[in-house]
Unconditional design. Sequence first.
Length: 133
Amino acid sequence: SRLAREGHLVVGDIIFGKTSSANNLFIYLGDGVCWNLKTLYLPKVTEIIGYDAFKACDNLEEITLGALTTVNNANAGTFRSVTTGNVALVLSAEQKAMNYDSSTKIYTAGTDAFDFNTTSFIGYTFKSISKQE
């Protein structure tokens, strides 16, 4: 698509990759597949179940996600080789604080609200973290 060629990927109500629903993200965009992507707009995604999902998406500048409930950070990590300090992360206003299970390397949403006054999320430090309005 034209947006993908220009460095933008939008996933709204559609299913992308190997997903079971529009709310689950089971993708592998890394190793050259997403090298040109600058913006990822995934506002309905609530689960990232594919480890290394954004591996080597070196040019990412902004990513929008829904209220994440589960993130599989196994293998080398969700944002492996991405300089997340250059990425503006936009999360749902409904995002909950994430709890980490070191035995499974999976983050799950707790009951407490996420603190948007931080730049840290699921073990990564981002340029900024803001609420999706």
